[in-house]
Write a new protein. Sequence first.
Length: 209
Amino acid sequence: MSVAVTDAITPLAEAEERFHLTRTEDEQFFPEWCVDLPALTESEETGLAELRHHYLYQSAQGHLLESTVMLLFASPLLTLAGFYDPPFRVRAEESVQLVLADSEEVLQGRLAVLVLKEHFWVVVLESKKTALSVWSALPQTLAYLAANPHPERPSFALMTNGDDSVFVKLAQTEGRQYNFSRAFAALASHQELQCILQGLKQLSRVVAS
């Protein structure tokens, strides 16, 4: 099944209708992001500290493009979580232009996507002055997850603009349900960044199994 992701942001309600999706708030549906998270090693803690130092320094110079967020934030996290090692393989999708009209102006940004082992997607938004919320990527993220060529297994995603990160899960064998984690603010504290890496490590084990 192939899914065309539109250039303009699709309202969440339209995405749900188009792909026959329903959000569930059952706490048992998506425990992977918060239950029994793996401990971090000393080297992982060191890597996180370096990542946060670099990101804070560069973001203080101005708003970051999506490619810079990928370089400074997403890619180092994926390295620490083991997503560049077997059995994972990375495939880059074409960037998507996002356009969101609010009451005052048209907000524009870009969305870059990586897929790893066909069950885990990384969706990166451009962080810029127009301040697209990480939640603006949810309809497109669900579209990508709905295109999973192996619908018998759940698929997962990490949406991030560097400042905020959210995990998403879609299960197509249980009435096509989805849910998401709370938003993690990596700039707020080192502990928030730790939680993101722990969630990634947990999902790497789930997806690889």
